[in-house]
Design a protein around this ligand. Structure first.
Ligand code: C2O
Length: 544
């Protein structure tokens, strides 16, 4: 195993898209940021130097960080942010993970532009469970904003409203051919006729779930979120923010140019986005020697933005290839309602009050809207014994039971606020059922758990029924993921062993929802002895 050293200098640079230049925050002046490549078992030391104007921290999304929450990154959860002029070196080892992950800023909305791919190859000599193509390409799906993301940040923090100013979706930072003033830089993937390639697709968008498709070409899904899957042939993917999907694509069509395209699925923003599709081009080498080709690439048919049936069928059709069996005995049974809410404003004229009837938007789990500490991080508070920062009384079930997916009475729309955590014993077998609610709007919430991969054992529409639904769980070959959509008006059940001590964030990966409080954190206690305990914090851990 090797150790890889990187330096990430966070800095603002001018970037031009759609004929307009914005100053955006980047790593090393690159947008998207640098790709990290390593093998399973390798160690990394990534020095993040904050040469930008804002507090920041970087999260290594999906890396398990065993016993090492200090390297996980979310601001005020596992560390205080790195202040302007400061630096912090993230040191960690990859332990039993292979596939595609990514990294992103984890402070307020800064991940709008601060993100990149994190690719983990198998240990030298260790095989893939499929025939690995000679060539691979990474496609980072994202969003582009019509103003400096710093203003987004202000808008999000100070108005509590969604940043609805993203004006384009992007592939590797480029809006693509279908937007004005963008086609010259459209990303091209060149293939030889007949070859098969691996595409690593990452949804790094701030607030948008996306459908993805390639004209005339099928895709074979072989991995998700750095876990292998049984091969699944599909014409369309649905990928939520935070998720990654690896697919094999064979260049088996008439040599030519074909759009690879992504378009919105879900969220309240789509009205403005319906006709807006980001594209890259799959381009056969020497295609233009074939006389019959026209010069405009073929566009794939993408599902409509509200096509929940297609999205859910795709996600529920995935089968895992994990060597680890899912446990059948559950020690801790948690039932979480996830959804939006409204909080009454004391001053309805304040710019924060962008909800209906003098309210501001909120979001919650089990009716608790999560509040981040500001004076220290949860980890520092716990391991350094700073009192009064959080409590461990997060409700394991909703405080009031109601018809979650029915017509929810207005009296149940207002969450309470708090910094409440869930305490878990080391090694306990945890099941969480995530239940969407019809409060304010019915949406797919891509729920992410830090520090763990989990089995997705079941999902369905309507209210989860504890008497009948568990009998239909897939305990045989469930997929392993780190981010899973709670179907709109439905539920999803996940299981994982709490064998990673530390405090781990659990939240919706739509950043506006996270900012409104759709989060909690798991406090996994130390087990017996050093091999089951959190390592000491590094000396350069930032202080608040
Ligand atoms: Cu990719 Cu807490 O996030």
């Amino acid at each position: 195993a090797e150790t890889h050293y990187h330096q990430f200098v966070v800095q603002t640079v001018p970037v031009k898209r759609l004929c307009k230049t914005h100053n955006i925050l980047t790593v090393n002046g690159q947008f998207p940021g640098p790709t990290i490549e390593a093998r399973d078992g390798d160690s990394l030391a990534i020095k993040v130097v904050n040469a930008g104007p804002y507090n920041i921290s970087i999260h290594w999304h999906g890396l398990r960080m065993l016993r090492n929450p200090w390297a996980d990154g979310p601001s005020y959860v596992t560390q205080c942010p790195i202040q302007p002029g400061g630096s912090y070196t993230y040191r960690f080892t990859i332990q039993n993970q292979e596939g595609t992950l990514w990294w992103h800023a984890h402070t307020s909305f800064l991940r709008a532009t601060v993100y990149g791919a994190f690719i983990i190859y198998p240990k030298l000599g260790s095989p893939y469970p499929f025939s690995m193509p000679k060539r691979e390409f990474t496609l980072l799906l994202g969003e582009w904003f019509d103003r400096d993301p710093m203003l987004l940040l202000r808008q999000a923090q100070f108005t509590g409203a969604a940043p609805n100013t993203s004006i384009a979706y992007t592939i590797n930072g480029q809006p693509g051919d279908l937007y004005g003033c963008s086609s010259r830089e459209t990303i091209r993937v060149a293939v030889d006729a007949g070859e098969t390639i691996l595409l690593r697709i990452i949804n790094s968008a701030l607030n948008q779930e996306l459908f993805f498709s390639i004209a005339n070409h099928m895709m074979i899904v072989v991995g998700m979120d750095a876990a292998y899957t049984k091969p699944l042939t599909t014409g369309v993917l649905m990928i939520g923010p935070g998720q990654t999907i690896n697919v094999l694509v064979s260049a088996d069509q008439t040599p030519g140019r074909y759009y690879m395209a992504a378009r919105a699925y879900q969220t309240a923003q789509n009205a403005a986005f319906d006709n807006t599709t980001t594209t890259a081009i799959l381009e056969y080498k020497n295609w233009n020697k074939q006389k019959r080709q026209s010069s405009t690439p073929i566009l794939p048919a993408l599902p409509a933005f509200n096509d929940t049936a297609t999205s859910t069928a795709f996600t529920a059709g995935i089968r895992g290839l994990s060597k680890i069996k899912v446990f059948t005995n559950v020690d801790v049974n948690l039932f979480f309602t996830v959804g939006l809410g409204l909080i009454n404003c004391t001053n309805p004229n304040s710019p924060r009050c962008q909800g209906p009837n003098g309210t501001r938007f909120a979001a919650s789990i089990n009716n608790v809207s999560f509040v981040l500490p500001r004076t220290t991080s949860l980890n520092q508070a716990y391991y350094q014994g700073i009192p009064g920062v959080f409590t461990t009384d997060f409700p394991p079930v909703p405080p009031i039971q109601f018809n979650y997916t029915g017509n929810v009475p207005r009296g149940l729309w207002t969450p309470s606020r708090g910094t409440k955590l869930i305490k878990l014993k080391y090694g306990s077998n945890v099941q969480i059922v995530l239940q969407d609610t019809n409060i304010v709007s019915t949406e797919d919430h891509p729920m992410h758990v830090h520090g763990f991969h989990f089995f997705v054992v079941g999902s369905g529409f309507g209210n989860f029924n504890p008497a009948t639904d568990p009998a239909r769980f897939n305990l045989n070959d469930p997929p392993v993921r780190n981010t899973i959509g709670t179907p709109p008006g439905g539920w999803v059940a996940i299981r994982f062993k709490a064998d990673n001590p530390g405090i781990w964030f659990l939240h919706c990966h739509i950043d506006s929802h996270l900012n409104w409080g759709l989060a909690t954190a798991l406090l996994v206690e130390n087990g017996v002895g050093p091999s089951q305990s959190v390592i000491p914090p590094p000396a350069d851990l930032p202080q608040c």
